[in-house]
Design a protein around this ligand. Structure first.
Ligand code: 3HC
Ligand code: NAI
Length: 713
């Protein structure tokens, strides 16, 4: 990256393995090299601190550049250090040392400069970035606020209105936008460090004054004069906080730029940061961060096994799921053969995709020419004989075993040897599907979620005979299309839908006990779900579950009575709720209460008033119990994997970390006691705690202690 390195002072200064200082063209170049993401560990902080001091003391140095080796500029504080005893120097001290430098300090940004990384650059006198760099303060996504002056200095760099938006959403911006808002001073060509050195030379030659953001209130003037400018921006940014503490804390901290002296605000920011670090919400979000990164690792694949190359994908079925899956591949530039039974179905499927992309382009989500480019990657065909040139085939036809078997027999006849053959089935036995082919080692599940072009989760289902390299191919490919793959084993509904079914059954039981749909939904939305299960059922259509229960000879008294009354959900303007024409807003309906009452009377059940805590426990603890059973059966490898599935497939609120993390927070002993209580009082032996849950609770252990297991299979 850097031009030939001259030696600083009396030798290249190696401050630690992670940070080096070299003299290049009269610039002290501080190079941070701490893979994978140059996080600000104690060693990195110490290295920067010492380098700034050494460069200031060296008369040969006229300016200082801070740059990073590897794929990115500093991606933030080292998250693994949170909650551990702090080690000096603190990041604030490092930033103060930079700010106090008598020689200009220039940050050289490439990759993704995030969190503490950006805060460090805000202490520099100047910032330059390469064009494709991204800059952001994502602390809020970890349940935190920027804790090293970010709330105060960013607002002074970009103005408090834009600052509050960046900090509360945590979304990074690109270098051009950063330049527009004054977050950086210049976009440089080529390696960031070289560009920064060229910029440093200009600063020195022109004797530019050193800009200290802490002293520069110019961008605060308007909002100080009219505070409503800020409060409107803060209100817009925090509108959808869903019970999370961090977004509100972020907005409040930014507001201090308007009324609190800088140093006092920095102290308050630090206190607020430490309070959030200790908060369960942040612990949950940090757990989710690491669980996501663990889940995508397929750890028990023998050394040397490589994924198979995939250049083209064939998708069979252009319905709700097939279309969405095809879009996900095209969104990542991967060509797709989309196969249907007839021209009419194909045209309808392709039309839906075009409409969807057009709508995104109209909203400004993608450039106007993208829909055409993406459609060009989709080759629509009639007939399964067209799978021949695909390296991966994904079947997304109707959820009927006989049809799946017919389709896999045809795929087997036409797919090229070595192609990975995946089914998107929600519930069916993939071993049975694999058995109709001559190559069960190539067959697995790739269970995407609806809408498949949006939802991140993909359960990658390993069947009995699935080969390791086929499994690796599917998970790597899912990652390539920016999904979160989680490896699971075969059972009815795999992990997510199996637990969802347990929750559904408890919802039905609660209605029989005396709760109403709106009461149950309100408890779960207050918990943090964006929608309650009954409103969700209405949205998806109640007939799907009804049909599936009929197929399996199962009766759910209330749910079936609702469907029998012609209430199939939003599509019939009534389900568990009623809907005004053209509106999706659920309205509680006295008719539903009568239906529930009538059904219960017929069954001889007495309904009673149910409290919110009982609703929460009866909806969530049985799911946790099922999660434990899933772990016992090795259908999921780690409790963290189950959490990731619920976070990315079912809208589990991120600040609650996932069901298994939540169980640890509540305490497994409490969960066991409450499950035993409900099993007894409701006469429902199925609610009794599983052996694993009971054992962990008995040992005073947690699910977290199991998070190191390997993948199922
Ligand atoms: N601290 C410690 N480890 C980190 C880390 C961090 N800030 N960021 C990433 N890592 C680790 C990951 O756990 C992963 O480890 P693994 O290989 O052992 O699983 C590895 O780095 C690579 O990470 P990704 O798989 O996520 O790599 P990508 O290339 O997909 O993404 C990234 C890179 C965009 C930097 C992404 O890792 C990311 O978003 N990181 C978190 C950034 C962040 O939240 N920063 C703010 C931290 S809080 C803070 O700065 C507080 C301050 O205000 C005081
Ligand atoms: P859908 O009914 O919308 O689409 C199925 C499509 O497959 C139809 O367009 C049909 O014409 C086509 N098809 C049927 N037989 C075919 C054949 N022999 N060759 C080519 N095309 C054929 O169904 P949907 O909802 O997309 O579901 C598909 C699969 O995905 C099912 O297994 C379902 O369980 C699963 N799934 C569905 C989810 C959902 O929310 N809809 C979520 C996750 C999985």
């Amino acid at each position: 990256m850097l031009a030939p390195v001259e030696i600083c002072s009396d030798g290249r200064l190696e401050l630690s393995d992670a940070v080096k200082l070299a003299l290049v063209d009269h610039c002290g170049a501080i190079i941070i090299d701490a893979p994978p993401v140059n996080a600000l560990s104690a060693a990195v902080r110490r290295g920067i601190f010492e380098s700034v001091r050494a460069a200031n003391a060296d008369t040969a140095v006229r300016a200082i550049v801070i740059a990073c080796a590897g794929r990115t500029f500093i991606a933030g504080a080292d998250i693994t250090e949170f909650g551990k005893p702090p080690q000096p120097p603190a990041l604030n001290e490092v930033i103060t040392a930079i700010e106090s430098s008598s020689k200009p300090v220039i940050a050289a940004i490439h990759g993704t400069a995030l969190g503490g990384g950006i805060e460090l650059t805000l202490g520099c006198h100047f910032r330059v970035a390469v064009k494709d760099a991204k800059l952001g303060l994502p602390e809020v996504k970890l349940g935190l606020l920027p804790g090293a002056g970010g709330t105060q200095r960013l607002s002074r760099a970009v103005g408090p209105e834009f600052g509050v938006k960046m900090i509360v959403t945590g979304e990074p911006i690109g270098a051009p936008e950063a330049l527009d808002h004054g977050l950086i001073d210049e976009i440089v060509e080529g390696p960031a460090a070289d560009g920064a050195i060229a910029f440093a030379k200009k600063v020195v030659a022109e004797q530019r004054p050193l800009r200290l953001l802490r002293n520069d209130d110019s961008k605060l003037v308007a909002a100080k004069a009219d505070r409503s400018l800020f409060t409107a921006a803060a209100a817009a940014a925090t509108r959808k906080n869903r019970g999370m503490n961090a977004p509100l804390a972020c907005a409040e901290a930014v507001s201090w730029t308007l009324d609190t002296p800088f140093d006092e605000a920095l102290k308050k920011e630090r206190e607020a940061f430490l309070k959030l670090v200790a908060d369960d919400q942040s612990k949950a979000q940090r757990h989710a961060f690491f669980a996501e990164r663990e889940a995508v690792k397929v750890r028990d694949v023998p050394d040397g096994v490589k994924p198979r190359p995939v250049g083209r994908v064939a998708i069979i079925g252009a319905g709700t799921m097939g279309g969405g899956i095809a879009m996900s591949f095209a969104n990542s530039g991967i060509p797709v053969t989309l196969i249907e039974t007839g021209e009419e179905q194909l045209t309808r499927g392709l039309g839906m995709m075009q409409k969807n992309w057009d709508a995104t382009a109209a909203r400004g989500g993608i450039p106007a020419d993208e829909p055409t480019k993406r459609m060009a990657l989709i080759d629509g065909k009639v007939g399964i004989e067209n799978v021949g040139d695909a390296d991966l085939v994904i079947e997304a036809v109707f959820e009927t075993m006989a049809i799946k078997k017919e389709v896999f027999t045809a795929i087997d006849a036409h797919a090229r040897p070595g192609a990975v053959l995946a089914t998107n089935t929600s519930y069916l036995d993939i071993n049975e599907i694999a058995a109709v082919t001559s190559r069960p080692q190539d067959v697995l599940g790739m269970h995407f979620f609806s809408p498949a072009n949006i939802m991140k989760l993909c359960e990658v289902v390993r069947a009995k005979q699935t080969a390791s390299d086929a499994l690796l191919t599917a998970t790597m490919l899912a990652k390539r299309i920016r999904k979160t793959p989680v490896v699971v084993g075969v059972c009815h509904g795999f992990v997510g839908n199996r637990m969802l079914a347990v929750r559904g059954l408890q919802g039905e039981a609660l209605l029989k006990s005396g709760a109403l749909p709106e009461q149950v939904d309100a408890v779960l939305t207050r918990f943090g779900f964006s929608m309650g299960p009954f409103a969700m059922g209405d949205l998806a259509g109640l007939d799907i579950g009804w049909r599936s229960r009929q197929d399996r000879g199962i009766r759910w008294d209330i749910a079936d009575a609702i469907c029998e009354a012609g209430r199939l959900g939003q599509k019939t303007s009534k389900g568990y709720y009623r809907y005004e024409p053209g509106s999706r807003a659920p309205i509680p309906d006295p008719e539903v209460e009568q239906l529930i009452d009538g059904t219960c009377k017929r069954l001889g059940l007495t309904r009673r008033a149910i409290g919110d805590q009982e609703i929460l426990e009866r909806m969530i603890y049985p799911m946790i119990n099922e999660g434990a059973r899933i772990l016992e059966e090795k259908i999921a490898a780690r409790p963290g994997d189950i959490d990731v599935i619920w976070l990315h497939g079912y809208g589990w609120p991120i600040h609650r970390g996932g069901p298994m993390f939540y169980a640890d927070l509540v305490g497994l002993k409490t969960i066991v006691e409450r499950l035993e209580f409900y099993a007894r009082s409701l006469n429902e032996p199925a609610l009794r705690p599983t052996a694993l849950l009971a054992r962990l609770a008995g040992e005073g252990a947690s699910f977290a202690s199991l998070n190191t297991a390997t993948n199922p299979g």
